[in-house]
Design a protein around this ligand. Structure first.
Ligand code: AFP
Length: 330
C-alpha cells in the first residue's frame, strides 16, 4: 500500500532541515484548518444562503458579502486558537487586531476571501496570507509600527484557491511549493514551483478594460508586447497568479492615472500591499521571478506606512518584469 505525504509531514521535515521550531507548524495547521472551513462554506454557500450581500461596506468602501464576513471570522478563530499570533491585519477590518497581547511570535496579514466579484458565480476566490515573525532579540518590540513589515521580512506567504483544493506556499529561502490536496485536504502532492523559461507558454494577465486609464509608458509597452503572449484574466488574484506560476508571464494591476473621471484615478494602485501584492511577490521571488510597483521599486522592499496601503503591481517572469521596469523608468 502506498501512503501519501501529509502537509504537516512536509512542513515538519522542512522545519527540521532548516533547524527551525515547530511553532510554525501549529500556525500552519490553523491556517489550513481555516482554509478547509472556508472551502466548506463556499461550496455550500448557495444552499446556506451565504453568498448574498451583508449590507455593509469594508475599509476599502466596498460592499461586503456575507461570505467575506464568514471567512474573516473563521480565520481569526483558528489563528487565535494557536496562542502564537500577536496581531493580525485582515482586509475586512479597519483596525489592526490584537490577538494575543501577552505573547506570541507571529504577525499574520490576510485577505480571507479575495476576488469577491466571483462569489456570486461560485467561481474561484483566494484566501491569501503573509506571515512575519517578531524579532526574537527584542529589537523593535514596543515600537508603534512593529507590525508594519516589508515583504522581504516575511517568513512565509501563501494562497488557497478556493474551492479548488489547490494551495501554494512559499517559505523564505526554501522555495515555492504547490500542494494538490485530496478531498480531505490532508494528503498532498508537493510540487516545487519554478517559473518556466519557455516563452511560448507565457501569459499576460490584467484588466484589459482599464488599458486606456494606465500611464502612457505602460500603454505603449502593452501595444508593443501583448500580441506575443496569451491573455488570461479571472479577476481574482489567487486564481490568476496560480496559472502564472505554472505557465510564466506577468500579472499586472498598473496605477490608474488617465481615467476620464479623475475622481476614479488610483495613482497608488488598487491592490493591497501587505496581503495581496507582498503575498504574490514573495511566492514569485521563491519561484525565480520578480515584482515591482509603478515607480519600479521591488514590491518586497516597500516599507508600509499603513497596514491597508495600496500599490500598483507588476509580478512574474524576470525578463518581462525587467522590460516593464525599463518602460516605467523611460
Ligand atoms: P475584489 O475582492 O474587490 O473583487 O478585488 C479582487 C482584487 O483585489 C484581486 O483579487 C483582483 O486581481 C483584482 O482585485 C481585480 O480587480 P478588477 O475587478 O478591477 O479587475
Amino acid at each position: 500500500m502506498k501512503f501519501e505525504q501529509t502537509l504537516l509531514d512536509f512542513l515538519m521535515r522542512h522545519q527540521e532541515k532548516h533547524n527551525r521550531t515547530f511553532h510554525f507548524l501549529v500556525l500552519m495547521d490553523a491556517i489550513v484548518s481555516a482554509a478547509k472551513r472556508i472551502e466548506l462554506y463556499y461550496r455550500t454557500g448557495a444552499l446556506k444562503d451565504n453568498l448574498g450581500l451583508a449590507g455593509s461596506t469594508n475599509v476599502q468602501g466596498e460592499e461586503v458579502m456575507k461570505m467575506d464576513d464568514i471567512a474573516h471570522e473563521i480565520v481569526l478563530h483558528y489563528l487565535k486558537s494557536t496562542e502564537r499570533v500577536i496581531q493580525v491585519v485582515s482586509e475586512e477590518v479597519e483596525e489592526i487586531i490584537d490577538v494575543n497581547k501577552g505573547g506570541g511570535r507571529y504577525f499574520v496579514y490576510f485577505d480571507p476571501l479575495d476576488g469577491s466579484s466571483n462569489v456570486a458565480h461560485g467561481l474561484p476566490v483566494g484566501f491569501m496570507f503573509g506571515i512575519a515573525k517578531k524579532n526574537l532579540d527584542g529589537s523593535m518590540q514596543g515600537s508603534e509600527d512593529y507590525h508594519l513589515r516589508a515583504g522581504n521580512e516575511y517568513i512565509a506567504a501563501g494562497m488557497f484557491v478556493i474551492p479548488t483544493g489547490m494551495f501554494t506556499l512559499a517559505l523564505r529561502d526554501a522555495g515555492c511549493w504547490r500542494f494538490h490536496m485530496d478531498e480531505t485536504s490532508t494528503f498532498v502532492k508537493p510540487v516545487r514551483m519554478l517559473l518556466p523559461d519557455v516563452e511560448k507558454k507565457w501569459e499576460l494577465s490584467y484588466n484589459a478594460g482599464n488599458t486606456e486609464t494606465f500611464g502612457k509608458n505602460i500603454q505603449k509597452w502593452i501595444a508593443e508586447n501583448q500580441s506575443k503572449y496569451v491573455f488570461r484574466y479571472l479577476g481574482a488574484l489567487a486564481g490568476d497568479f496560480h496559472r502564472l506560476l505554472a505557465n510564466g508571464g506577468m500579472f499586472m494591476y498598473p496605477a490608474i492615472v488617465n481615467h476620464p473621471d479623475p475622481k476614479k484615478n488610483r495613482p497608488q494602485g488598487k491592490l493591497r500591499l501587505m496581503y495581496e501584492a507582498n503575498v504574490v511577490a514573495f511566492m514569485c521571488r521563491e519561484a525565480g521571478g520578480d515584482a515591482l510597483d509603478e515607480s519600479g521599486t521591488p514590491i518586497l522592499d516597500i516599507k508600509p506606512k499603513t497596514h491597508h496601503q495600496r500599490t500598483a503591481l507588476y509580478v512574474g517572469s524576470k525578463k518581462l518584469i525587467d522590460s516593464v521596469q525599463k518602460a516605467l523608468k523611460a
